[in-house]
Design a protein around this ligand. Sequence first.
Ligand code: NAD
Length: 354
Amino acid sequence: MIAPFEYEANPARVIFGQDTIARVSEEAERLNAERVLVLSTPQQAADAERVADLLGQRSAGIFSQATMHTPVEVTETALREVDRLRVDSTLAIGGGSTTGLGKAIAYRTDVPQIVVPTTYAGSEMTTILGETKQGRKTTIRDPKVLPETVIYDVKLTLGLPAALSGSSGMNAMAHAVEALYAENGNPLLSLVAEQGVRHLSRSLPTIAETPTDLPARTDALYGAWLCAMCLGTSGVALHHKLCHVLGGSFDLPHAETHTIILPHAVAYNQPAIPEAIDALRRALNTDEPANALFELAGKLRAPRGLSEVGMLEADLPKAADILLENPFWNPRSLDREEIERLLMNAYDGRRPQP
Ligand code: NAD
């Protein structure tokens, strides 16, 4: 029987395909965007220049200083460019870090945003803005930061290095996994989540071997969009909360941390989420989803232990303290000893323990 639910969709225009980047000018026109500031990281400055060329007269300039964790200091520098160049919109081309800068600008100015994602992080479909000020990470939810138009161009993901593709894809899957058991989950979202996990789990191993495989890249980017929708409309639980603590307080890398924690978070919650486990069994074609996610990370040659990404064993109890300091919803109650055991397993890169 369908349990009662509430559902709210995020308004966004999505374009998906190959060579869709050619449509940026047309999409800018739709938004009445006449002075677009193109955003990227320094590593993707060439992509930014290409988009600025495609925008032609609609390009007001390029700001290629987006960086990890969306520091407020970088946003302030970008805002000075917004003023100086009389910018009326932004176009972010890149991963979650660049999307984050666009959202931070929109939060302060409400200018419309076009986002061209080139990883699987999923920030483009959410109303969440994470930023850091003097090393402290804050998270804001505000409809103002939701991008108006998202252009997925599969060809732009062909150059995403194999290692980052794997961990970024696992990061996306984590959004879907938590949507399957979210407090505010619903049957539509569960369909989307299951399908997102299916597409990513079957395409990522091919990408790990051949990063330029176009059908696999198409599958993965489509899956990433589905997973992004999950994060955009559902709440999160143990997995995202723990990754937030590990990334925010111990400066661990975002996508890799998600990859390491996901199998352990699923194993921890398994006794309380039978329907979600059934969906994951179908999507991953396995009887043991937590173990299958651990195996998948291995196939992708992604790190599987927190010790490999800079965590100190001595800090594990502190991570548990910070996690449990502010209560949050989780399908299974949070037991301090069990959480420490989870962290120790994840630290050592051991198989998830039921
Ligand atoms: P990222 O944006 O930091 O990108 C990592 C590096 O890869 C950058 O140098 C980038 O320029 C480069 N890169 C990206 N795409 C490439 C491509 N196709 N080819 C070659 N190089 C490419 O990494 P990410 O994992 O996409 O994003 C992580 C950030 O996003 C974190 O700060 C996280 O908090 C945030 N995030 C936010 C949300 C949200 O809803 N607010 C959701 C998910 C992630």
